[in-house]
Design a protein. Sequence first.
Length: 735
Amino acid sequence: MSAMAMIAIFGAMSLTSCSDDDNNDGGGGGQTGATVEIGGTVEGTMRLDATKEYHLTSTLVVPDGATLEIPAGTTIKAAQGFDKYILVAQGGKIDARGTADNPIIFTADADNATSGYWGGLIINGKAPLSGASAGTVGATEIDNNQPYGGTDASDNSGVIEYVELLYTGARSSADIEHNGLTLNGVGNGTTINNIYIAEGADDAIEFFGGTVNVTNLLAVNCDDDCFDFTQGYSGTLTNCYGIWESGFTSTEEDPRGVEADGNLDGNGHEHTPQANFTINNMTIANYSASQAMQDAIKVRRLAKATINNALVIGSGEIEQLVDLTDSKDNADQGTVVNVTNNATNVDELTNSGNPAEADVNIVAGNTGADVSAFSWTGYQFPESAMAEEDLPAEITSEVTLQSNVQYYINGSVHVKDGGVLRIPAGMTIKARKGFASFILVERGGKIYAEGTAEAPITFTADAADAVSGYWGGIIVNGKAVISGAAGSVNEAATEIDNNVMYGGNDNADNSGVLTYVRILYSGARSSADIEHNGLTLNGVGNGTKIENIYIAEGADDAIEFFGGSVNVTNLLAVNCDDDCFDFTQGYCGTLTNCYGRWEAGFTSTEEDPRGVEADGNLDGNGHEHTPQANFSIVNMTIENLSTSQAMQDAIKVRRLAKANIQNALVKGSGEIQELVDLTDSKDPADAGTVVNVTNEATNVGKQTNSGNPAGAKVSIAAGNSGCATNIFGWTGYSL
């Protein structure tokens, strides 16, 4: 048996540690789902296994030369007690690389755990600390036998990213207690990004000297300070958010947002270096109805801080916004604090005794932390934690929305020629009720709504009980070709605002980017003939990027292409009132990977709802117009599960439209009157139309129409797979 102490399968045999060349998964013999006890001292490299659950039953130490590897998706549950913690000693390394989709979670082993249940995570490095001389070494607060500090500013203790630390902060006395994450002399060769610390006793994070930089840190309901700096810390904390919720109370005497000392406990007036650190993009929020925050920002005892773009918000009491004083020593005179106060219950803004040359700027307009960076945590920020603004009626220059503001579509929003609307990933924009609430990107305007799979952008209603047709939708107008009189550069008037034109002769026109975007409860109407779609693309050019779109519970069509050449990839449409995918007025692009679905309870207010509806020209009134629609659909599924709503056609192509539809699949138990219909009273589809479809639906009245144009090829055959469903996991909708 090796010296790897106290590692066992839960309730079973002891296990050995491994060398650096081994692949130790913590034991369990590869049993998926096994529970494995961990504790003791790591030898060599200890590799955990994300398919197992780990139970921390005693202190786990990663000593000099050893490495603890924790893969994405691993959960470690700690038993209760002060001695249940993980300590990475000087020279040891932790490699905890979670992902946004699969974070690493350190938590309690009890469902009813509260703050202070177990210890936390401690990293000891060899970077400089304040002290009487260079190379000062300190003793770890909770284990004086474990040193930290030294002379190596670039020391590397490993990687910690996408990690959650919950219910930490156990104490042995009022003066000796854990933080969520304790960084003792940690060097800037260490990577620490995307950390979530919640319901912890004492501080969320504390930096005891060192040079490590930390990015994207969310601290929720931690008992003492959100962000604590001491003992000569000289790194940068970027994008941090500390929040106390309405029910939060603290057991500490002086809990703060930021607490910074130049040296340890203010007892090192002559020590070097003193703390000299930076915070960029910080929000401190107190919503507690019973807990006063002593200071939002406290810098003292010769610490020198540069704090940029700070924002303080909330309805809870804050005794002082910024305080740079202390009975031992004030902050360094070079301290700079730039902060916006949007909190509503601040007793005093700053202290008249602040050092004379320190620069405290209490200004308007700071945006604080980018909350979209924390979407991976699943934490729901209180709506009151965000300022509220209406989007402007006209955007004529470049406007970038701020992630800490709740924006509303309250009336029409026009992105004019030359205007640019930029929407950060993770943002939710809410629309007021009514036909007049919509976004229209005019010709020459641009929208950049660039969400990600982890942080999509959502356009939705401002009411929890909204239904389809609550608000308008999103309209993009471009300069690409639309059908019209031969020999002309054709233009047309936008259906919902005839004063705004679309169309032209530039098929490469670029109206911006829409990626990972959700559009919900759209489709408001002013009459039976004038109504919004979820996404309306009017003469949009193929220089525009539209990918990964989810449109649900919309009146009228999910998406409609009025001419243009734009290509759209990965489109999911659920319970949209009329057609899932509508093409008209000379559209000539490609729709790839699209899924249109009606659920079991769906009903429509339309006369002829379809999966696909395609016209060559506008409303079939342009028999002589050019160009007629000539488009492709690749990989499509149409599914009707409705128990009460018949779909008139799964695929309807008509009025001289030419369609090339490949790998289509139609399925579901709901009624479909006709699978494929290429006929119409005005004009049938173009004779070059090709439809390749598999029918797995169980209630289809007619497969196709005997009046289809001669030469058109309708192949109804087994084997098509339609649209893959795994590409829509980011939407949150379960197919």
